[in-house]
Design a protein around this ligand. Structure first.
Ligand code: SF4
Length: 422
């Protein structure tokens, strides 16, 4: 057992001491490494269980069915936890990212609270820390933990990108998944090490990712096979959560393609970007808040660059744009960025980037009735036309697991044709 030194993170200083914290598995890998960060704080944390038929069944007992699908999946998965033997509401908590965003996401935790209260689980804490609420629930280590969250997000994003880069070309099915799994576990352990903090933890993470890169490189694969590269955009939860999108990335791979999925960190950069835009718009250009926002964005960008560099040659040709502002600008040709907040502007703008990088097409993965996706879908024909006819198609999901095979087949045929592949 590791002995804690004075000043190190300790569970006793956290309001979550003695509780198990459940992390929504928007992306399974991200949830695992974020759980690692909490372990560094001495808090027991784990990803919520994966989605299954019971997920929807449980959630829809309490929802009307008109809610956004990510809400159904997250609530249903947490209700599965409440069914576990010996579940004690006082000893469990749910982590929910805070948001006052433009659409319905901000309502999720309010509705979860109502449902849990109505089921007699009022003691379950819903943790939504942010810098605006003083990192509520994280104690004095809040700012430091938030920094580690950022590192966790980048690490998980990069390992996911490596998984998608090499899996379509592996010679032994399942190898890349196993390498990804080991690498995520190692990243979670590195971030969860309580005795290493600040720059030392970051250096450890860089070494861990370097080892992961070597593992990925050692996979037996044939990169000489030409495959259409498909950009994947859309609503953040649905596109990243395999259960919600019926493993669309694997479907693209099964049809002979390689997927390039928009990262989770793209959203964080967009939030930073948008905060600065709003401050400018409201005459707060020269304020302390603007200075903080600029420094945060710059530090996050620098840290991201330094970890991305580890995989530079592996991800050649699949580089993300230098700034999210350029994606917003590209989207702004079709829709006013100040009116179209959220994923819609990012997905529309990202199509141009994917085209520039040689993608054969783009799919938008979104929940059925998602406000962002509905607007974006109406604009895609214009975007496609401007991009020389690059196929763009929205795939909607609501948990009914409709058979998409024919639609994916058709899309891939169009993408192949666009790329001049047979
Ligand atoms: S982005 Fe779409 S799915 Fe997500 S909360 Fe907003 S409307 Fe709902």
């Amino acid at each position: 057992m590791v002995e804690m030194k004075p000043g190190e993170m300790s569970a006793s200083s956290s309001p979550l001491a003695g509780k198990k914290l459940w992390i929504p598995n928007m992306s399974r890998g991200t949830a695992r490494v974020v759980a690692g960060v909490f372990k560094a704080l001495g808090i027991e944390a784990a990803p919520l269980p994966d989605g299954d038929a019971r997920t929807r069944e449980l959630a829809l007992k309490h929802l009307t069915g008109d809610e956004c699908y990510p809400q159904v999946v997250t609530l249903g998965n947490f209700l599965k936890v409440t069914e576990m033997e010996g579940f004690d509401p006082a000893k469990n908590a749910l982590f929910m990212a805070a948001s006052n965003g433009p659409c319905r996401f901000g309502q999720y935790s309010l509705i979860f609270r109502q449902v849990l209260d109505s089921q007699g689980f009022g003691e379950v804490e819903i943790l939504s820390p942010s810098c605006e609420n003083g990192y509520r629930g994280l104690g004095k280590e809040g700012p430091e933990v938030f920094r580690y969250f950022w590192w966790a997000l980048i690490a998980a994003d990069l390992l996911r990108r490596m998984l998608h880069r090499y899996r379509p070309y592996e010679k032994v099915p399942g190898t890349t998944d196993r390498v990804w799994d080991i690498s995520i576990e190692e990243a979670a352990m590195t971030l969860g090490e309580p005795t290493r903090r600040g720059p030392k933890k970051f250096a450890d993470l860089a070494l861990t990712l370097g080892r992961a890169r070597e593992r990925f490189r050692a996979i037996k694969k044939d990169l000489s096979v030409e495959k259409p590269l498909i950009g994947v955009a859309g609503e953040i939860f649905c596109r990243l959560n395999d259960f919600s999108n019926d493993s669309m990335i694997r479907q693209i791979e099964a049809k002979g393609g390689e997927a390039w999925l928009a990262d989770l960190s793209e959203w964080i950069f967009y939030v930073n970007f948008w905060e600065m835009e709003e401050l400018r718009a409201f005459g707060q250009r020269f304020t302390k808040r603007m200075l903080t926002a600029k420094i945060t964005d710059r530090v996050q960008r620098r840290e991201e660059h330094s970890l991305v560099r580890i995989f530079k040659s592996d991800l050649a040709g699949r580089e993300e744009p230098e700034s999210v502002g350029s994606v917003v600008k590209a989207g702004g040709k079709y829709i006013p960025p100040h009116a179209a907040l959220g994923e819609m502007i990012l997905s529309i703008g990202k199509a141009e980037w994917y085209h520039k990088k040689g993608c054969a097409g783009m799919v938008d993965i979104s929940p059925f009735s998602c406000m962002n996706a509905t607007v974006a879908e109406a604009i895609y024909p214009k975007v496609s036309e401007a991009l020389g006819g690059m196929p763009i198609r929205t795939f909607y999901y609501d948990g009914t697991h409709a058979d998409m095979e024919e639609k994916v087949d058709l899309f891939m045929a169009l993408a192949r044709g666009f790329n001049g592949l047979s």
